[in-house]
Design a protein. Structure first.
Length: 299
C-alpha cells in the first residue's frame, strides 16, 4: 500500500552512468523516497534498458521510485553534441517506463545568441515531434526553469526561464503532457517571488527540483545586481529563504502529485565533506514541510 504522504515524495538527483546503482545503494538507507536520474548532454555509453533492469533490482522491495529521466543539453541546435542531446531525449522517452517513470525532463534548448522568441518555431518543430513520441509512450515532458546564464535577449541553453517564456512555449505546444520541472531558486536569482507562480502554473508543474536560494538584500540595497559582489546563493532546502511549507501547501491545493528531488552540489556552505550532511538535512526538512509523520484518522 502506498504511504498516504507519498502523493508528494522527497528524493534527490542521481547522475546517470556506470555508478548509478552504487549511488542508489548509498542513498537508500538515508530515507530518500525518489530519484531523478540525470544525464548531461548525452547518454554516452549508457544503455537505458540495461540500466533500468539494474535499477529495478536495486529498488525491489524498497519504498522508493524513479521519478524522472533527465537529459540536459540543447536539443534545438545541430552540432554533434546537440544531436546527441536530441537522441538522448528520444531514448529517454522510449525507455522511461522501463524505470517506472513517466516523466522525461531537461532544458528546452534555444537558438544560440538569438532573442528568446526566435527559438519558438524551432522549439515547436523539435518538441512537437518529441511530444508525439511521448504521448505514444504515456510519458510527460518537463522543462527546468533554469536560465543557464541566458536572458530574453540571448543565451545558449534554455527557453523555459519564466512565465513570459512559458506562455510562449505552451501557446506553441498546448498539449497537456508538456509542462515544467520547477524550482524556486531559479526565480529567486532574478528577484522574483516564486510563490505566486504556483497559483498560475501549478497545473503545468510535473516535477520539482529541491533547490533554494539565499538573497543578500543588504548587498542589493548598497551595490545593486550585476556588479562585483554576489547578491544571491543557490542553497540546499532548509538553508535558504523559501518557505517550503507554503510551496508544498500550494502544490497540494493545485492538485500536484509527484516528487521533489533535491538538486545538491550547489550550496556554498554544505558542500565538499558536508554535501551529504546538507542533503539529508534537506530531505528531513522537506518531509517536515510536507506534514511530518503520517497520523491516521480515527475509525
Amino acid at each position: 500500500m502506498t504511504h498516504p504522504l507519498h502523493d508528494i515524495r522527497i528524493g534527490t538527483l542521481v547522475g546517470g552512468g556506470a555508478d548509478t546503482v552504487d549511488k542508489l545503494k548509498f542513498l537508500l538507507p538515508h530515507g530518500f523516497e525518489s530519484f531523478s536520474i540525470t544525464f548531461w548532454q548525452q547518454l554516452g555509453d549508457t544503455q537505458l534498458p540495461r540500466l533500468a533492469e539494474q535499477v529495478r533490482k536495486t529498488l525491489e522491495g524498497k519504498d522508493a521510485v524513479i521519478s524522472t529521466i533527465g537529459v540536459f543539453g540543447n536539443p534545438l541546435e545541430t552540432t554533434e553534441i546537440d544531436l546527441k542531446t536530441l537522441a538522448g531525449w528520444e531514448a529517454a522517452i522510449d525507455h522511461a517506463k522501463d524505470f517506472g517513470a513517466d516523466i522525461v525532463s531537461g532544458f528546452t534548448g534555444r537558438l544560440r545568441g538569438k532573442k528568446l522568441p526566435e527559438s519558438i518555431p524551432r522549439f515547436k518543430e523539435v518538441f512537437g515531434r518529441l511530444a508525439d513520441r511521448a504521448a505514444a509512450k504515456g510519458v510527460r515532458l518537463a522543462f527546468e526553469n533554469c536560465a543557464m546564464g541566458g536572458d530574453w535577449n540571448s543565451g545558449d541553453w534554455n527557453i523555459a526561464q519564466g512565465p513570459d517564456a512559458w506562455q510562449l512555449m505552451f501557446d506553441a505546444l498546448p498539449a497537456k503532457h508538456i509542462g515544467l520541472e520547477w524550482e524556486p531558486c531559479h526565480q529567486m536569482v532574478r528577484l522574483c517571488d516564486p510563490i505566486p507562480q504556483l497559483d498560475d502554473w501549478a497545473a503545468r508543474i510535473f516535477h520539482l527540483h529541491g533547490k533554494d536560494a539565499t538573497i543578500l538584500w543588504d548587498v542589493i540595497r548598497e551595490f545593486g545586481v550585476g556588479g562585483a559582489r554576489e547578491y544571491v546563493f543557490h542553497r540546499t532546502p532548509g538553508f535558504g529563504d523559501t518557505n517550503w511549507t507554503d510551496v508544498i501547501s500550494e502544490l497540494r491545493r493545485g492538485g500536484f502529485s509527484g516528487s521533489i528531488d533535491i538538486e545538491g552540489w550547489h550550496d556554498p556552505v554544505y558542500r565538499d565533506d558536508l554535501e551529504m550532511t546538507g542533503q539529508v538535512h534537506g530531505l528531513n526538512y522537506l518531509k517536515q514541510c510536507r506534514g511530518g509523520d503520517f497520523v491516521p484518522n480515527p475509525k
